[in-house]
Design a protein around this ligand. Structure first.
Ligand SMILES: [Zn+2]
Length: 99
């Protein structure tokens, strides 16, 4: 099953399952975006950003992703004000849009 699973840290159903993560890694790039983000299975993006050990690779991934120049990324960047106001929600929506 590649369905998102409940996050082991917050219980929100938005984390990769082991299978989903393996599947995403096998595909590598999805819709022109380096995929998946560097987060372990069972941890949602929101919690990953709160984890000092996961934060840095995740930020790097966001940077790489943004340099891709994909239309979707452009749209994502357009909502930069959104990101400044509610960074995690914006990231969640972005990740959801990749699924
Ligand atoms: Zn979580």
């Amino acid at each position: 099953m590649n369905e998102p699973v409940a996050c082991i840290r917050c219980g929100r159903k938005a984390a990769f399952s082991e299978e989903g993560l393996a599947d995403a890694r096998a595909k590598g790039i999805r819709d022109g975006v380096p995929f998946p983000p560097p987060i372990p299975a069972g941890v949602c993006v929101r919690c990953a950003f709160k984890d000092p050990e996961l934060q840095e690779p995740l930020r790097q991934w966001m940077k790489d992703t943004m340099s891709w120049g994909d239309q979707r990324i452009a749209e994502f960047l357009q909502s930069a004000r959104d990101i400044a106001a509610k960074p995690l929600d914006a990231i969640d929506r972005f990740i959801d849009s990749l699924r």
